[in-house]
Design a protein around this ligand. Sequence first.
Ligand SMILES: [Zn+2]
Length: 205
Amino acid sequence: MSRDTVIVLKSVNYSEADKVLTVFGKHLGKFAIFAKSIRKITSKNRGNMQTLSTCDISFFEGKGLPVLTESQLLSTPDTDILKDRFDNVKRVLVMLNRILQENDPNQKVFEILLSVCKKNFDIESVNKFRVIFLKEMGFLQDFSVCNICGKSKGLKYMDISSFALLCENCYSKAGKSYKLGDNPYKKEFFTQALDIYIDRVIKEI
Ligand SMILES: [Zn+2]
């Protein structure tokens, strides 16, 4: 019997009563797990293993997919709040389902994702998470130099098309740039630039 603490990323119906879940384990990374009879009303796991719920689980590992045996719900986002943040949820789930590799544990990413769930996917947490995730996965360089001149001073602007920073001397040479300001993570331009950047990463992998 194996155990882990997992966040449910995806849930696909399989036959009449079963599901195949994709979960992100704190210690095991992303993996698929077979949830037998979970769609039956009598299933103890049914309410626990909803998408974005965090659970302690036990499972058997044999041939084929691991099989869920027990689950204990630890936390789940507030569904009333999530209703209005569907785009933010999608931003995170599409990225994790497409970019995160299976069996590649990353506790830092796990803990930050857990905090995004606990904060009910507000845009600031979602964007900070997406930047950290892309850096951890090697898809984003450090924001430490200007994308045009390579200097590290006065990095106050963002080049939207490349999701890179620009200095005060160079920003006017870029096609479309925005001033970062105090908290760029909350800003619409930052969200859009990140959306475009992640779309491009997904298409290229
Ligand atoms: Zn520059």
